[in-house]
Write a protein that binds this ligand. Structure first.
Ligand SMILES: C[S@@+](CC[C@H](N)C(=O)[O-])C[C@H]1O[C@@H](n2cnc3c(N)ncnc32)[C@H](O)[C@@H]1O
Length: 223
């Protein structure tokens, strides 16, 4: 194993957190009022006209990292504008222009998704597709609320609508995501995921080190 080969997720949690349903129900019932960070407000204001003047279906690639998947999705969906969002400038700066291909229309934005998803919902944006590929698992049980499905921003993610696909190398993360969707009345299922061709650096590393991968896909109703 090389130094950069990722290890499987190590957690005392073998399955969904016992408090998950309670936490999700609370977040669905209560508005998330945390003030927006200035850098995400600025980033949102900068791309807003580009998105709203594009007149195209909109796709989010959230937690896009270096944006390899963002470019790949844009090639698959030439009819759409794809926005890759990540908080890490370090990762976004590693975006390789070689990913780009003719007809691929995408933007990369540095922003905190805890704010960006809420701003997009408030602007009335609705997505055709949304990918969340290998989000940080936060495997310690006490960090449950840092996982996207147990975070206060989860209702905003749901309200953006579209076909949501979440992938992880931690089965419990996807099991929890499916349960959180169920609490919101949205059907989904845990599926094994074996990519023919990896579309992100993490997917490539997990596949290369023989890890099993999981995903869930859900049709989010427009709200
Ligand atoms: C494990 S990496 C996966 C990156 C990429 N999807 C891949 O598969 O190569 C998780 C990514 O989530 C991003 N991230 C974590 N929390 C975030 C937040 N609050 N807002 C935006 N991005 C976030 C990190 O910066 C990191 O790039």
């Amino acid at each position: 194993m090389t130094a950069s080969a990722p290890r499987p997720v190590d957690s005392p949690q073998a399955g969904p957190h016992e408090k998950l349903a309670e936490v999700v129900a609370r977040h669905l019932a209560e508005p998330f009022r945390k003030p927006y960070a200035a850098h995400t407000l600025e980033a949102f204001a900068a791309i807003r006209p580009l998105v709203e003047n594009a007149g195209k279906p909109l796709i989010f690639d959230s937690c896009c990292g270096v944006g390899e998947s963002t470019a790949w999705i844009a090639r698959q969906h030439p009819e759409a504008l794809v926005v890759g969002i990540d908080q890490s400038l370090h990762r976004l700066d590693k975006h390789d222009r070689a990913y780009r291909a003719e007809g691929a229309d995408y933007l990369l934005v540095r922003a905190d998704l805890n704010d960006f998803w809420r701003l997009a919902r408030e602007a009335g944006w609705r997505l055709s597709h949304h990918t969340l590929l290998y989000p940080n698992p936060w495997p310690k049980p006490r960090h449950l609320m840092r996982r996207w499905h147990a975070a206060p921003v989860f209702p905003a993610l749901l309200a953006l609508g579209g076909r949501l696909e979440v992938r992880s190398n931690w089965k419990a993360y996807i099991e929890e995501f499916v349960l959180a969707l169920e609490v919101a009345g949205i059907p989904s299922a845990v599926e094994p995921w074996a990519p023919e061709q990896p579309i992100t650096p993490f997917e490539r590393k997990y596949q290369g080190s023989g890890q099993r991968l999981w995903r869930c896909v859900a049709g989010l109703p427009s709200r």
